[in-house]
Design a protein around this ligand. Structure first.
Ligand SMILES: [Mg+2]
Length: 390
């Protein structure tokens, strides 16, 4: 069977809803970039859907959910397997079927020399717009494979001191004051509480007060674009600033950069962009509007671009936060490889689920501990020890 046929069969087996017609229409594009070996390579990428089960229903300003769809990716080449993951909250616009369809567009010839990340990752990015979580899954798996082949974790390849990794915050979604107090008690091992606000100013104040009933730990606030009027947003920021809040993430809608810039000039707390910054080209737009950016692998296509975004943000004088979606320890540990470079980390995604598939990053007294394993630093649960080539 041809590679195209094999990929199509696997997609149809694992993802019965997938549209692989689009895949076949785009395969010529991938081959056009790498015309040397069109048809006889076996496909080294495998994938399977995995639905992440949340410990608590997770509510933010716009919606609530109890599961997150994910797709796990494995890149196997020369006897070494690299692991990757696409995790997709609904607002990203991706699905398990769309990830499968995107993966099926990748010609095996593109992956013939996986060390050439600077060639093949831009080529994969160019296969179709969007699909950032699908692209991140491939990026993470290839970084894992390369790191394993080099015998080193990515923080060492990048020249980073793992001791500089910060503490991670622990996120509490919107809930009743009673549940907020309970979740705050459950967050006892963590040094910083991240709280979701943006439902309404009275409800927001009640949530902050409920946390302060339990603890005086630092709080970071994510308004998720929920504050619509700049005067009211400023009053809210001034109120929380007197209650131990460290910064405000995305206070206003992403369509309102002028209002956000107005707010920043007056805010006693730093403002951090999340919905306003997705990829590398968005970073420069944040200068003068925000004080920092929140980088997530699932929205920026993975480790390569996240690393570039951190360097650019630093050059522009912006603070950097490293965030996540609800993810297994696979994507979380991959992101954690960059943690020594950032001011704040919010890498609690794997702590919020009950069906993690990997062991990786751990916490010691709330601080991120990077594994010394090569690649992205994970071990698949239940699998035999990974074969590492040096
Ligand atoms: Mg956010």
């Amino acid at each position: 069977m041809s590679p195209a046929g094999r990929i199509g069969r696997d997609v149809l087996t694992n993802y019965p809803d997938a549209d692989i017609g689009a895949d076949r229409r785009h395969r010529g594009l991938a081959r056009g970039n790498f015309p040397c070996c069109p048809a006889r390579l076996a496909m080294p990428l495998r994938s399977y859907p995995h639905t992440l089960e949340l410990r608590h229903a997770f509510t933010i300003a716009n919606f609530s959910r109890t599961t997150t769809p994910a797709v796990m990716v494995e890149f196997e080449h020369e006897g070494v397997t690299g692991y990757g993951e696409a995790a997709m909250p609904p607002y990203l616009g991706e699905s398990q079927a769309s990830v499968a369809a995107f993966l099926a567009r990748i010609d095996p010839a593109l992956l013939a020399n996986p060390f050439l990340l600077e060639d093949l990752l831009p080529a994969i990015d160019a296969l179709a717009p969007g699909n950032t979580a699908a692209k991140a899954a491939v990026d993470i798996a290839l970084h894992d494979w390369v790191g394993k082949q080099l015998g080193a974790p990515w923080h060492r390849i990048w020249g980073l001191d793992p001791a500089k990794a910060p503490v991670t915050s622990f996120t509490i979604g919107i809930d009743t004051p009673e549940m907020i107090r309970q979740k705050t008690r459950e967050a006892a091992p963590y040094k910083i509480i991240k709280v979701k606000l943006g439902r309404g100013y009275d409800e927001d104040r009640a949530i902050i007060n409920a946390i302060r009933d339990v603890t005086d730990k630092p709080i970071t606030v994510d308004a998720n674009q929920g504050w619509k009027q700049r005067d009211e947003a400023l009053a809210m920021i001034e109120w929380v600033a007197g209650r131990g809040v460290v910064f405000i993430e995305q206070p206003m809608p992403k369509e309102c950069p002028d209002d956000t810039a107005w707010l920043r000039e007056r805010s006693p707390l730093p403002l951090i962009a999340d919905e306003n910054v997705q990829r590398l080209a968005d970073v420069v737009k944040c200068r003068g509007v925000f004080d920092g950016i929140n980088i997530k692998l699932m929205k920026c296509t993975g480790l390569r671009e996240a690393h570039q975004m951190i360097l650019l943000a630093r050059a522009l004088g912006l603070k950097v936060m490293l965030g996540c979606m609800t993810e297994t320890s696979c994507a979380i540990t991959a992101a954690a490889q960059l943690a020594p470079l950032v001011d704040w980390a919010d890498l609690d995604g794997a702590l919020l689920i009950t069906n993690d598939l990997f062991d990786g990053m751990t916490l010691a007294d709330g601080k991120i501990v990077l594994p010394d394993e090569p690649g992205i630093g994970v071990r698949k649960r239940g699998a035999a020890q990974l074969k590492v080539h040096r």
